[in-house]
Design a protein around this ligand. Structure first.
Ligand SMILES: *[C@@H]1O[C@H](CO)[C@@H](O)[C@H](O)[C@H]1NC(C)=O
Ligand SMILES: *[C@@H]1O[C@H](CO)[C@@H](O)[C@H](O)[C@H]1NC(C)=O
Ligand SMILES: *[C@@H]1O[C@H](CO)[C@@H](O)[C@H](O)[C@H]1NC(C)=O
Ligand SMILES: *[C@@H]1O[C@H](CO)[C@@H](O)[C@H](O)[C@H]1NC(C)=O
Length: 345
């Protein structure tokens, strides 16, 4: 028998699928980009009800975030929520490699803050927050390093170091003056985050998408050199890493470069980003890098604002066509559809 489907059948089928929501596998992204990704949405996507609550009043499970993390069993393999009630948590926090599937859920950046004040020539030692575990998600938390670094350009003060694979931060904020976000390695997704700093404030060899993030440049009262937003470290052509900035905006006080290479294949792309006049006309710098420039991929794609004028850019930077930029413009670049609970698109 010949199967004939009239268009009205499709319509009925569509209504059916819509009503029963069977378009959506449990881990799918949401469809309307106007929906904000919030804590209830993420919580429902991760479908867990295992929750540890941390507050400073002593009425919940823990008063220290680190104690809550330590209570998660080693080799945990199901999502567990560590909920941080509003407050300023003054402690250094480390998520060890064997504590996977933690969803660290704050009450909103500005309401839940993790602050510490170490500074060091060793970035790892100074970090306020460090994640070594794969499969980690944070929502609504400010991470801050408020060490007084004085005038020394060698004292670094990392707010967060991200060393796990499949890690996402939603609606978080990162504050420090020097080396704010150590995006060390792994596939990462940052959505609607606020990142503040002056010198090399997003650095490492992560394979990361920064979606709709706000990058705020602080004036630097130390060296008379301009700082750089990124210092990416990609050593070979086979390395998948790059920092990809999609939409979002860069603004602030003082002047900065978009990036400086740390190794010969460094790769950073700003696409559809608003660049204020805080971006120098050269755009990128080879400051303190004396390697070859021919394999560096420093690209801009459809950026806007006074800082996006590319007249005056260093000759080794690129203005990317849609085709050249395409492989980097969706979460497929970090295989996000396989592991992100939600993402903007
Ligand atoms: C958590 O979910 C499991 C599985 O759905 C259920 O068996 C259990 O009763 C729930 N626990 C609580 C405290 O809601
Ligand atoms: C920095 O500190 C970390 C953690 O203690 C250590 O493993 C690493 O070797 C140190 N790095 C350097 C360059 O000293
Ligand atoms: C960190 O804060 C403590 C307490 O306020 C202070 O004694 C210490 O000097 C600070 N360290 C740095 C590096 O800012
Ligand atoms: C930076 O690149 C320019 C060529 O564009 C070169 O003349 C200069 O020596 C380089 N600076 C460093 C520190 O390598």
């Amino acid at each position: 028998m010949k199967l004939m489907l009239h268009s009205s059948h499709f319509f009925i089928l569509f209504i059916f699928l819509f009503l029963f929501n069977i378009f959506e596998p449990c881990f799918a992204h949401y469809r309307d980009h106007k929906d904000l990704i919030d804590a209830p949405l993420l919580t429902s996507k991760l479908s867990t009800n295992r929750t540890i609550i941390v507050s400073q009043q002593g009425k919940d499970h823990f008063t220290s975030i680190q104690d809550a993390i330590n209570s998660v069993s080693d080799d945990n393999s199901k999502w567990i929520i560590i909920h941080l009630r509003p407050g300023v948590y003054r402690e250094k926090v480390i998520v060890p490699k064997n504590k996977q599937y933690i969803f660290l859920r704050g009450n909103g950046k500005g309401r839940t803050s993790i602050i510490w004040n170490a500074s060091s020539t060793n970035n790892t030692l100074s970090a306020t927050f460090t994640n070594y575990a794969d499969n980690f998600i944070a929502f609504g938390i400010s991470f801050k390093n408020d060490a007084s670094i004085g005038k020394s350009p060698f004292r670094q003060a990392v707010a967060a170091m991200v060393a796990g694979d499949k890690v996402a931060f939603y609606h978080c904020a990162f504050y420090s003056k020097h080396n704010t976000l150590f995006d060390y390695k792994g596939r990462h997704y940052y959505e609607i985050n606020y990142i503040q700093g002056n010198i090399d404030f997003i650095f490492g060899r992560g394979q990361s998408i920064f979606q709709n993030c706000e990058i705020f440049v602080l004036e630097d009262d130390r060296a008379k050199i301009h700082g750089s937003i990124t210092a990416h470290h990609r050593k070979s052509p086979d390395d998948e890493s790059a920092f990809i900035f999609l939409k979002g905006r860069v603004y602030g006080v003082g002047e900065v470069y978009l990036g400086r290479p740390r190794s010969p294949y460094s790769r950073v792309i700003f696409s559809r980003t608003y660049l204020s006049k805080t971006i120098t006309s050269q755009g990128w710098t080879n400051w303190s890098y004396d390697g070859p420039l021919k394999n560096i991929i420093y690209g801009e794609h459809k950026c806007s604002g006074p800082g996006a004028n590319h007249y005056g850019r260093v000759p080794w930077s690129l203005q990317l066509s849609d085709e050249e930029a395409a492989p980097f413009l969706t979460v497929d670049y970090i295989s996000g559809k396989q592991w992100l609970p939600a993402y903007y698109y």
